[in-house]
Design a binder for this molecule. Structure first.
Ligand code: SF4
Ligand code: FES
Length: 236
């Protein structure tokens, strides 16, 4: 079938303004939009820039906006798009070129919540053991591939006045450690999360959950962080 893609273009080295370019490619209905973008780049226009790596929803590098919704073109089948497909960079972040955005602010927020296991206890002889029930508490969060789609789709992050909100992706990672029985960093993380730019910045708008390609219950996890913060305050 013939696929028509209307693609956001901007090269700051030569363009004064962004513009849209329309491409047409032949594709099998079971191919992905990423295949179409690659075919454009390989066969029609080598200047078109976008990130991708695994092609299978694992690396999280090809986040973009598809018909206005943040997602991964490697997970979108051509057959599911009938009309012209609008392809744009993720919102919230500055465009470097075409569909490539500057994710430095995303990583800064991510590292701000200490996204690693904190434990002062001496390591046991073998692994730090955990029951299946304990692991079940946070196993959804482990699926996160840090594609940034949730943070880009979040209306709080999109609002200039609240753009310092740490964002759903960082909060999913915070949840992962707050609810990990092996982690001892709760006291260190609580001050990082307990504020308007932390978990309380979430306005429960569900956009993050709607777009997450790994079907992580993002909003629900942020709600559980808020409850953990509230309970900690009650104990003080
Ligand atoms: Fe992507 Fe989902 Fe992780 Fe957000 S929570 S970064 S949308 S995988
Ligand atoms: Fe790796 Fe899409 S290319 S997640």
């Amino acid at each position: 079938m013939l696929v028509r893609l209307k693609v956001f273009r901007f090269d700051p080295e030569k363009d004064k303004e962004p513009y849209y370019q329309v491409y047409e490619v032949e594709a099998d209905p079971m191919e992905r939009l990423l295949d179409c973008l690659n075919r454009i780049r390989w066969e029609q226009d080598s200047t078109l820039s976008f990130r991708w790596s695994c092609g299978h929803g694992v690396c999280g590098s090809d986040g973009m906006r598809i018909n206005g919704i943040c997602g991964l073109p490697c997970q979108k089948l051509v057959k599911d798009f009938k009309e012209e497909v609008l392809i744009e960079p993720l919102p919230v972040f500055n465009v470097i070129k075409d569909l490539i955005v500057d994710l430095d602010p995303f990583w800064e927020r991510y590292y701000s919540i200490k996204p690693y296991l904190i434990s002062e206890s001496p390591p046991p002889d073998r692994e730090r053991r955990q029951s299946p029930e304990e692991q079940h508490l946070f196993e959804d969060a482990i699926r996160c591939i840090l594609c940034a789609c949730c943070t880009a789709a979040c209306p709080v992050n999109q609002n200039e006045e609240t753009k310092d909100y740490v964002g759903p992706a960082a909060l999913v990672r915070a949840f992962r450690y707050l609810f990990d029985s092996r982690d001892e960093g709760t006291e260190e993380r609580i001050p990082l999360l307990d504020g308007k730019d932390g978990a309380w910045g979430c306005q429960t708008l569900w956009k993050c959950t709607e777009v997450c390609p790994k079907e992580i219950p993002v909003t629900k996890q942020i709600g559980q962080i808020k409850k953990r913060l509230f309970d900690a305050k009650q104990k003080r």
